[in-house]
Design a binder for this molecule. Sequence first.
Ligand code: NAD
Length: 476
Amino acid sequence: MKRKNQQFINGQWMNSSSQDIIEVINPASEKVIGTIAKGTKDDVDKAVNAAKNVYLEFRNTSVKERQDMLNRIVEEYKKRKDDIVEVITEELGSPRELSEKTHYMKGLIHFSEARDALDDFSFQEKRGESLIIKESIGVTGLITPWNFPTNQTSVKLAAAFASGSPVILKPSVETPFSAIILAEIIESANLPKGAFNLVNGQGKVIGDALSSHQDVRMMSFTGSENAGRKIIQNSSQDFKRVSLELGGKSPYVILDDADIDKAAKSATKFVYDNTGQVCDAATRTLIPESIKDEFIQKSKQYMGSIRIGNPNQQNIDIGPLVNKSQFDIVQNYIKQGISEGATLVTGGLGKPKGLETGYYVKPTIFSDVNNDMTIAQEEIFGPVMSIITYKTIDEAIQIANDTKFGLCSYVMGTNKQKVQKVASSLESGNVIINDNGGTPDLPFGGYKQSGIGREWGDYGIEEFLETKVLKGYYFL
Ligand code: NAD
């Protein structure tokens, strides 16, 4: 049983101003695995104060000093690999192999990437006789979700530290222990006191306190639309900068010249990965009428062969969903798909046989989906694929863009002109062409209601900077 009922404020672990705690549950066993502090506004005030006090010192560190800090974090992070893999497997229910190859690695990549991005990052520019400077925006609140715990915390922390911005991190109550390990890593990396603060607690309480605080200059949030809306509302009072990474309903446009087997394999993988709890999951699969039967048969085969089970077992593809509430949400969407007239190809309601304990769901495929159906419009956040057919490429583009989201899109095909036409017409921050994932220095973020701003690498650092012009600087 893990008990970490303290907050990390001003360089030390201290008791929360409340004795209240929050229980953390393992989604595979449904058992309590530990407790964390149920933080208060008072904790936030202390953390913001610590961050405010160190702001100028941290902002004025040299690029080399910040690179050294990031490097120390990278080295400490590597030492904690086993702990991170263990804790993510336990709190998220992610298969151990995924915890290591994806969750652990993403955190490491973001800290290394931010460190390396500083090599070429230009914080100053001479223009005429004036100097343009980019400098840290100030105290920043970071709020993160549970689905990629180390990815989302690390991507924000790495960019904030690279920019010299002191932060208060509030991670998800579902996956707080990976963030606590991160806090211990940062503690060992010896940053200026107050540059990093961790306040655990309920989203609304800590979120409101941070986004309403007059000394917080920016909120960087990843999570659901509703919480994002609340952050913007609070932040509008004093016009804080807001960076939001929200949901998605990504289309996967399969063209008629695509290799059907490859397409079905790729399309199903981008639905079930991380048990479908992925903001850029490709949950709407758009296929030409001409390949419908073969594509459905292949997708059914791939989805049906997924190994579901206890995250601690070997050779498991997916574990449970993160909690009971997420399980119920996914069940309701499956019910809705059936009642709105989509054809259930595989999966469906209930738990997979033999997995009655734990929040396991059946990877599900619907065909004959109309883009107006609820399952095609709303983010399900579970392994549910909706297959939609199209007649022409223009129709495919129209359907793909007919969504309030715009985080990511996918296209697969052989003809270069057709693929380029589709890729350039899709309204989303990322377009993945022929299953090519790109590199971690590329910007990530959404169009439309998928968010505001970009994260990762140099684009991520840019978010935490203000621009100042020193006019006549070179006349001195
Ligand atoms: P969530 O909004 O419920 O929670 C996210 C964080 O916000 C948590 O730390 C939570 O405690 C906090 N929170 C909750 N209510 C709040 C409030 N009123 N004010 C401030 N903070 C509040 O989201 P979730 O269920 O943890 O994550 C799933 C969502 O995150 C999905 O919609 C998914 O698409 C999105 N997501 C987006 C990206 C991206 O990069 N675009 C990445 C991952 C997840």
